[in-house]
Design a protein around this ligand. Sequence first.
Ligand SMILES: [Cu+2]
Length: 202
Amino acid sequence: MKKFKFFLIVVAMMSLSAIPIIAATSISATPYRITLVEAMDVLYNNAIGAQPKFYVVGNNGDLESSANITLPVHRRIILTIISYDGGNAPVAGRYAKVSGTVNNEITIINGTIASGSNTKQAWLKKVSSVPVSQIIHTFTIPALNINIPVIAGTTEIASLYINTTGSYIWRCETACGSAPDGWGGAMAASGWMMGNVNVVQK
Ligand SMILES: [Cu+2]
């Protein structure tokens, strides 16, 4: 009887210690997928009118606020950014370079907004920078050296890892907002062209 009890205790201890190892392995092996949608013509207020805005596609399929984005630490993140926008915005040249992603690259799928037979398509093209003249926004986390220039009307896919937990600011680095000089409105509003990224064990 005593031997049997000891056996049960050993089995219980083994199974308790094994659970976290199995769970950690299976979670980190699965990529974490997050989709951002960037749209223009979102009513900011009656004085300013429309402003551009980043949304997070929520788990129920709705467009949710980008004011607080949660990302996992030590896990492959597949970040998709879909822009429904046009034109470009003033930006410093250094933000044309992709950084903080695997190989400092993103995959661009041109043609989210089809403009007829003259639209030049670039399906599944990997790039490490884009022409400054094509940038409408950026998705930038300065403290983590993550920078993804966003081309209007384009879908972009980034693969990245973040290796430190914490709370960081994400922001757009183009002057895409309202006055003064394009840095007001959306550019100064959490959930529009800036917000927090919380990197957690997930
Ligand atoms: Cu912007």
